[in-house]
Design a protein around this ligand. Sequence first.
Ligand code: NAP
Length: 259
Amino acid sequence: MNGKRASLPSPAKGLRVLILGGTREARELAETAGREPGFEVVSSLAGRVRAPVLPAGPVRVGGFGGTDGLRTWLSDNGIQVLVDATHPFAATMTEHATAAGASLGLPVVHLRRAGWREAPGDRWLRVPDLAAAAETVARTGTRIFLTIGRQGVGAFAHLSGRWFLIRAIDPPSGPCPPDHEMLLARGPFTVADEARLLADRRIDVLVTKDSGGELTAAKLTAARERHIPVVMVDRPPLPAGALTVETAGAAWDWLRAQA
Ligand code: NAP
């Protein structure tokens, strides 16, 4: 379903929940909560990906129009509880959810999968943001595997004299480094496939955001096995005092407690 209004039935038959999605955990929660009689769940996607994996149940697509737009949408649709299950790097949506939820007095929980942990044999260079990642790769490698998704590739666009393998689900809309190969693919990926890719393209440094999760972790194992350094972009911080859970199961426990 597209548009600003979701077709939630009225009068309410259960706790009205909005899940801000775009992650596997958001889909898991929508699946679980959506089949429970005491809950009316709608999921929201930004609409960035051309062919998104859709959650179960009602879905609305597109931005709300900032914090004010979100607040209006929440009121108009009688939402009682807000779950921010956006990607750990979707900091703007998280900020808007926190502000809109607070101004309406809604309970808000942030569902954030755990970040990746360094293992013996890893050579990770942690950096605070994409600009720092670009500075670090410029010093570290010449054949760079950029796995940061579609957004943010522009931070590397000025790096000439280096070759990039850029992997994303959809092509980046902004500028790209001059010398690159574009690989459009959606995980999960296997360690064997990732290792083959690193070898075939003679990659000497990998760049990733600390997204966490199993779906895209194989590249880290492959890099470890091949002794390739990883430039790991740290997550933006959550708003102060944000209530956070790490799994869809924990978010579901929280939702049931709200009901
Ligand atoms: P962002 O920078 O935090 O948000 C930018 C704007 O996009 C928001 O202000 C909002 O527009 C809209 N938006 C974001 N998430 C939305 C949602 N779930 N439903 C409706 N509108 C949403 O977000 P982003 O980093 O561009 O990520 C966009 C979406 O992709 C998110 O749903 C996120 O979970 C998913 N995703 C992001 C990444 C990543 O690396 N950032 C990776 C995988 C998936 P308005 O201000 O108009 O409301």
